[in-house]
Design a protein around this ligand. Structure first.
Ligand code: ATP
Length: 242
């Protein structure tokens, strides 16, 4: 069977803009040199596939390219080189508040977010009460989400995402903004998704949590994939600092 996710030789560059003094800019202009522009490679020729039912942790120190890679898998960012393909319904919890419109209420955003995740209006109508119950923020459903705290965003976003019944679930660090009881609830829901054979890719610095949730770990270092193996072994290497 075709993989759920294939990341084929993917690279992403960013341009770093440095602020320079006017004098430096004038000298550079006179000598026709470009200043203040520095291209660097955040993700460097990364190549792997994820099969149905696999649970993968993207690991690495700060700035190693994990979020950039996850954004390319979710389709929020495009690679500069290479190709990313996914198969099936993908739900991504990538950034707090992403996929929500600040001037709409929680209720309206459930419909907006559900539609973005591929649910029909009838499916959202049917799931609405369960979505709200899981989020535990009934009182605030008619409030505009610009007044929500980051934890409230997480509650609603996570709840809509799991009710959209994703085949591929992508989660970036976002659980960290939830309080402990809600985090526990999310983790047990993620475990249920895993038991039902869904594909998961998680970015987190919580190495104990990912060791429990994911069988496979992919380690990034300065944008390069330097290890792909059982999560326990990847975590051990990270903790050993090599
Ligand atoms: N839009 C952007 N413009 C310029 N540089 C960016 C942009 N997004 C990310 N970067 C840079 O790309 C590199 C990789 O960032 P990324 O967020 O993917 O790392 P990460 O491994 O998720 O880090 P962390 O663990 O700190 O969340 C960093 O150096 C970051 O500054």
């Amino acid at each position: 069977m075709e993989p759920r996710i294939s990341v084929e030789n993917v690279s992403k560059h960013f341009v770093l803009r440095h602020r320079r003094a006017l004098k430096d800019l004038a000298i550079a202009a006179l000598s026709r040199k470009e200043v203040g522009i520095d291209r660097f490679c955040a993700v460097d020729q990364v190549d792997f596939t994820v099969n149905e039912g696999e649970t993968v942790a993207l690991l690495g120190y700060n700035g190693s390219g994990k979020s950039t890679l996850l954004k390319m898998i979710s389709g929020v960012l495009r690679p500069d080189d290479g190709r990313v393909r996914t198969r099936g319904r993908v739900a991504g919890l990538i950034e707090v508040g992403a996929g929500f419109h600040p001037d709409l209420t929680g209720r309206e955003n459930v419909y907006l977010n559900g539609a973005i995740l591929g649910m029909s209006e009838a499916q959202i109508d049917q799931a609405y009460d369960d979505i709200v119950a899981f989020s535990e923020i009934e009182r605030f459903m008619d409030t505009e989400v610009k007044f929500y705290s980051s934890g409230m965003f997480l509650r609603l976003a996570f709840s809509v995402a799991v009710h959209s019944d994703p085949e591929v679930f992508l989660i970036d660090e976002i659980l960290a903004v939830g309080d402990e009881p809600f985090q526990k609830k999310c983790i047990s829901r993620i475990k249920e998704l895993r038991e039902s054979g869904r594909t998961l890719v998680i970015v987190s610095h919580d190495l104990d949590m990912v060791s429990k949730l994911c069988e496979r770990g992919i380690l990034l270092d300065h944008g390069k994939m330097i290890m792909d193996g059982p999560t326990s072994e990847v975590v051990e290497r990270m903790r050993a600092g090599n």
